[in-house]
Design a binder for this molecule. Structure first.
Ligand code: MV4
Length: 493
């Protein structure tokens, strides 16, 4: 096992990885930007080193600086978390050169899955269903028109180097096709330096269902069941749950086997996620994420497997904790992403100081966060404050528990997505489990009306709790004033 690991990330995921390190008796090394000098993760680590700079490209994307700090501090492995360098094959390649273990799959596998056309071909070979569409990239307009006619409109034009929603366009009729190809090519060219695009049949209201897989370096591969991540906005997931409300044992068997087949075929190692689109009883491979994901805790909650600990153990050459038979699902888990965004102003980011903070607790509640009272959320990075995860014996109990936990969660100083989550938990379609990737757009009006009511309802609670967040001198002064007021009222009475 490793003695020391460098965590090439920030915020809640840096803390999540360091927590696993603590439990494995591994020393943790943090790296932090100028904007993160007051961050919790840099204090939690056993040692912390400045990167300088504040923008991602000056700090968390600097492979050279990260390798240098790893060598100087004597870290034997690097955990990349999610985002930043997590799916950049360069980090793995540099690690290999310097004899440092990267906690993740081989860089060649990361590279293969980053190329969506290549990924589709590999999946087809592994007998994993892919969305009907082109095998190769499309170049000339005439061929494209013919292919689109064959698969039938609507179709979607996607950038081969894309993913996560950047560089795609839906096409409803032949007239729009050539223009859509040209515009996607030009977006892809400037965003990824690769203009290659391909065409797929467009599924209108699919569900996003993904399978968590774990593979060790001895050929053992298992899946930890699925997560449903259909509640999203502009390709940012907002709520995830496990298991999926539509899952049956038969479908899980089929999709789980496909996910394991996918991982096996490409020689996958470590933790990964196979994403599927589900529509009318059929499922199709979408992408493979070669990293730990934001929403991994809901899988941990229902299976009891510590995914980050497994990642580290796998990278150290150990065997998987468990066989497929040993993986059972217990109850239901939901995660709400609490972001510093105003859900009533188009989710505009609201960086700034947290002037009051109290996180929820009690049975079945987990909060993964990187913030604290008086912490200033920097504007350079994503706006996630924390992840609120609940467990219930069934979906209905998990929803009630999430409502209760959201009601306990007090964040003052910045607007957050808490009112949005409260509105979703009350939404009838959500309660019925009628989810799809366009849910938020589709129910927008209703969600907004509900949020407005919620913000007014919450004012009272905030006023009652405000005094607990005042500096002690002010509290003492206010207590004295209230005491005097009561005393003087008594005299009058
Ligand atoms: C699709 C699709 C419908 N049909 N492909 C969006 C992110 C990118 N990774 C793939 N995406 C989609 N691909 C076909 N053939 C709908 C989406 C999509 C989506 C997928 C997953 C989660 C959220 C989404 C939101 C809008 C569109």
């Amino acid at each position: 096992m490793f003695n020391k690991i460098l965590i090439a990330n920030r915020g809640e995921i840096a803390i999540r990885v360091m927590r696993a390190c603590r439990e494995l008796n591994i020393k943790s090394v943090a790296i932090y930007s100028d904007a993160d000098k007051n961050s919790l993760f840099a204090r939690y680590a056993d040692e912390s080193h400045p990167l300088g700079g504040s923008t991602p490209s000056e700090s968390y994307l600097r492979v050279d600086k990260i390798i240098d700090i790893a060598e100087k501090s004597g870290a034997e492995a690097i955990h990349p978390g999610y985002g930043f360098l997590a799916e950049n094959p360069k980090l793995g390649m540099e690690c290999e050169k310097h004899g440092i273990k990267l906690i993740g799959p081989k860089s060649s596998v990361i590279e293969a899955m980053g190329d969506k056309i290549r990924a589709r071909k590999l999946m087809k070979k592994a007998r994993v269903p892919v969305v009907p569409g082109t095998v190769e990239g499309v170049k000339d307009a005439e061929k494209a028109i013919k292919i689109a006619e064959e698969i039938g409109y609507p179709v979607i034009v996607k950038a081969s180097a894309g993913g996560g929603g950047i560089g795609m366009r839906t096409v409803y009729e032949e007239d729009e096709l050539v223009r859509a190809i040209e515009s996607t090519q030009s977006v892809a060219s400037s965003a990824f330096g690769d203009p290659t695009v391909y065409i797929e049949k467009y599924l209108e209201k699919p569900r996003h269902i993904e399978f968590q897989v774990l593979a060790d370096e001895h050929g053992n591969i298992i899946h930890l069941n699925e997560r449903e991540c259909s509640i999203q906005r502009r390709h940012q997931k907002l709520i995830e749950e496990a298991p999926s409300p539509i899952m049956t044992p038969e479908l899980r068997e089929k999709m789980g086997a496909a996910a394991v087949r996918a991982a096996k075929h490409i020689g996958y190692t470590n933790a990964g996620t196979v994403e599927f689109l589900y529509s009318n009883g059929d499922f199709y491979f979408l992408e493979m994420n070669t990293r730990v994901q934001v929403e991994h805790p809901i899988t941990e909650v229902i299976t009891g497997v510590d995914i980050v600990k497994e990642q580290i153990r796998i990278a150290a050459g150990e065997e998987l904790c468990c066989s497929q038979d040993e993986i059972k699902i217990r109850g239901h888990a939901i995660e709400c992403r609490i972001n510093a965004e105003d859900p009533l102003s188009d989710f505009k980011p609201t960086p700034g100081r947290i002037t009051g903070y109290r996180s929820p607790g009690g049975i079945g509640v987990r909060v993964d966060s990187g913030v604290y009272m008086n912490y200033e959320i920097p504007s350079y990075y994503d706006s996630m404050i924390s992840k609120l995860i609940v467990w219930g014996r069934d979906r209905a109990e998990a929803i009630e528990r999430m409502k209760r936990a959201l009601a306990e969660y007090i964040i003052l100083g910045v607007k957050t997505t808490i009112p949005f989550h409260k509105a979703i938990m009350r939404n009838d379609a959500f309660n019925r489990g009628e989810l799809h990737t366009h849910f938020v757009d589709y129910h927008r009006k209703q969600i907004e009306e509900e949020m407005k009511r919620i913000v007014i309802e919450d004012r009272d609670m905030v006023t009652r709790l405000q005094s607990t967040f005042l500096p002690s001198k002010k509290v003492a002064a206010i207590s004295a004033a209230i005491g005097n007021y009561i005393a003087s009222n008594k005299k009058v009475l």
